[in-house]
Design a protein around this ligand. Structure first.
Ligand code: FES
Length: 141
């Protein structure tokens, strides 16, 4: 096998890859987002539980690489406890920064998790037309 150069993964990436948080599916989810990565064809699913406009539970399942697992794990951690609007603003860059960087050729992997989260929020809003107002109320309190 060809020698694969060791591209620097931060300790945080390795930790979330080896011990991913929030793996699985939320029971009776309020929203589900599924995305495929056009670059590599990998898949990601994020499911959310929402109470009073707050994400009380967030879980993920993926057929993705180690970076996808690490970023999904980090996204679920970042999103939990946030309002829908706050969670909607979590960017791919936020996730990568929180993980103390990803190798440039792996940045596309972080898209999967953030995009799946945003889709799950969109799904929630489509199912519950009132989701947005509730989140704003909760944020204002
Ligand atoms: S290579 Fe497919 S998600 Fe990373």
């Amino acid at each position: 096998m060809e020698d694969v150069p060791q591209i620097g993964y931060s300790e945080k990436v390795m930790d979330h890859f080896m011990n991913p948080r929030n793996v699985g599916s939320v029971e009776n989810p309020d929203g589900v987002g599924r995305v495929g990565n056009p670059v590599c064809g990998d898949l990601m699913e994020v499911s959310i539980k929402v109470e009073d406009g707050i994400l009380t539970d967030v879980k993920f399942k993926t057929f993705g690489c180690g970076s996808a697992i690490a970023t999904a794990s980090m996204v679920t951690e970042l999103a939990k406890g946030k309002t829908l609007d706050e969670a909607d603003k979590i960017t791919r860059q936020d996730v990568a920064d929180e993980l103390e960087g990803l190798p440039p050729r792996k940045m596309h992997c972080s898209n999967l998790a953030a995009d799946a989260l945003h889709k799950a929020i969109e799904d929630y809003r489509e199912r519950h037309g009132e989701g947005k107002e509730k989140a704003e109320e909760a944020a204002a309190e």
